[in-house]
Design a protein around this ligand. Structure first.
Ligand code: NAD
Length: 474
């Protein structure tokens, strides 16, 4: 793939028209810690204009037959595929992940269209007899605000855009101020396949997101981000009873059972935690290992860690990029330093490039107590604590002892035993011998404070609708 020498800054699109702004947002390449581009940051007035344009577009879009909408939505796949090289470079430059992973993120986003691009949304007939007919319809809501995040900028945007559009809504996307570039470019590309105002991408700071959540013209907020922000979104949405789907953080536990072969699972356990440099909502974030297998499991995970080349995502052979932004780098540094002060043993520390960039070495830590923040909180970076357990009951209790409830996993060769442990773990998804998996046909979401609602599958799709009952007396 040719990497462009110069990148043209994408523009905002309001009512189908590309436009600038009086405010600009400098975007940093995390592999250099230096700005590489400036993009327009939407003003609050432009937000109002976008909501008005979206509302105007909703009339026609929401009224189209589902098949007509789906035909245009399949056009999204075509235009994204035709421009995937450019989009992937932008994702790598702003997010930091290796180019192959950026392409993988975009391809994974498009799988939704394969599923939702031809799904049926049939009316439910509750009664149809001599006395009357009662049918349940799924009606679109109107303008949806989609607030996305910096670890998977394109995926977290398209996972909202596609189901919202299929259900008949129109969408305003607010990407993270750390990673607005590829999403703005996506917004420009979508203008070629969708009517004006159906999808508009407005980059901006957190305040723009906040204004979107309070906007009286917005009927639903689909949000991906931290628990703390999720709570603010929900509080703001309460003012207009705006619907919310909240995909929030996690502190996923994995429990290894005593029958595993460490050499067979080491690499998978490593990547469960360290994919995207640990910046995955449902990454494995703490691992519980029985006494008898503890040393062997640590060794097997470290063996895979030793193969990882950390570096700039555009460089060949790189398997992991930098941390995406400075505050997150500081947080991972603090959590790790604190764990070491509190007795942790960093038994593996990888190498990072010299020079600027938000680099943090791949780090494996053992010997820390349960209440150390590295264990008790979400790290969201390339460091994982590995903890010993004596009894399975104790491991399950510790795994569940958290306000988070996004994912969890069990690792065993005995699938029945693993299933019995899975039954006792409190999380939106429990995986056996894998962690995590996301598919357009499977619901994904958190319990407890990890979120409200799901994305993916028919369950995720109907979150972009209200129920309307039509009841006829005969
Ligand atoms: P964040 O919550 O700070 O920001 C996310 C988005 O919200 C950004 O676009 C931001 O501009 C916007 N925002 C900030 N304040 C806002 C407000 N008051 N109102 C409306 N919007 C606002 O996100 P972060 O902490 O930088 O991101 C990392 C978190 O995201 C982690 O906890 C991670 O687990 C979580 N995450 C969850 C999922 C999931 O599907 N469950 C996926 C990816 C990331």
């Amino acid at each position: 793939m040719t990497i462009p020498a110069e990148i043209t800054a994408p523009r905002l699109t309001i009512a189908g028209q590309p436009c600038g702004s009086t405010e600009m947002l400098a975007v940093i390449d995390p592999s250099t810690a230096a700005p590489f581009i400036e993009v327009p940051s939407a003003t609050l007035r432009q937000l109002d204009e976008a909501v008005a344009a979206a509302d105007a577009a909703f009339g026609a879009w929401g009224g189209f037959p589902l098949s007509r909408r789906q035909e245009m939505i399949r056009g999204i796949r075509d235009v994204v595929l035709a421009n995937i090289d450019e989009l992937a470079v932008l994702v790598t430059m702003e997010q930091g992940k290796p180019l192959g992973n950026a392409r993988g993120e975009i391809m994974a986003s498009l799988r939704q269209i394969d599923f939702l691009g031809s799904i049926a949304m049939d009316r439910e007939i509750i009664k149809d007899d001599d006395t009357g007919r009662v049918e349940v319809r799924r009606e679109p809501l109107g303008v949806v605000g989609a607030i996305s995040v910096w670890n998977y900028p394109i995926l977290t945007a398209l996972f909202k855009i596609v189901p919202a559009l299929v259900a008949g809504n129109v969408v305003i996307v607010k990407p993270s101020p750390y990673t607005p570039v590829a999403t703005l470019r996506l917004g420009e590309l979508l203008q070629t396949v969708l009517p004006p105002g159906v999808v508009q991408v407005l980059a901006g700071a957190d305040e723009l997101g906040s204004a979107l959540t309070k906007h009286p013209g917005v009927r639903k907020i689909s949000f991906t981000g931290s628990v703390a922000t999720g709570k603010q979104v929900m509080a703001a949405a309460a003012g207009n009873l705006t619907r919310v789907t909240l995909e929030l953080g996690g502190n996923d536990a994995g429990i290894v059972l005593d029958d595993v072969d460490p050499a067979a699972v080491g690499a998978e356990l490593f990547w469960a935690a360290f994919s995207n440099s640990g910046q995955v909502c449902a990454a494995l974030k703490r691992l519980y290992v029985p006494e008898a297998k503890f040393d062997a499991i640590c060794e097997a995970i470290a063996a895979e860690a030793a193969t990882v080349v950390v570096g700039p995502g555009l460089q060949d052979g790189v398997k992991a990029g930098p941390i995406q932004n400075k505050p997150q780098l500081e947080r991972v540094r603090e959590l790790t330093a604190d764990a070491l002060v509190k007795g942790g043993d960093a038994f593996f520390t990888g190498e990072v490039p010299a020079g600027p960039g938000y680099w943090f070495p791949t780090t494996l830590i053992r010997g820390v107590a349960e209440d150390v923040p590295l264990v008790a909180e979400e790290q969201f970076g390339p460091v994982m604590p590995i903890l010993r357990y004596r009894t399975l009951d104790d491991a399950i209790r510790r795994a569940n002892d958290t306000d988070y409830g996004l994912g969890a996993s069990v690792w065993s060769t005995d699938l029945e035993r693993a299933a019995a442990v899975a039954d006792r773990l409190r999380a939106g998804s429990v995986w056996v011998n894998q962690h995590p998996t996301v598919s357009p046909t499977v619901p994904f979401g958190g319990v407890k404070q990890s979120g409200i609602g799901v994305e993916g599958s028919m369950h995720g799709l109907i979150e972009y609708t209200d129920i309307k009952v039509v009841s006829v007396k005969r």
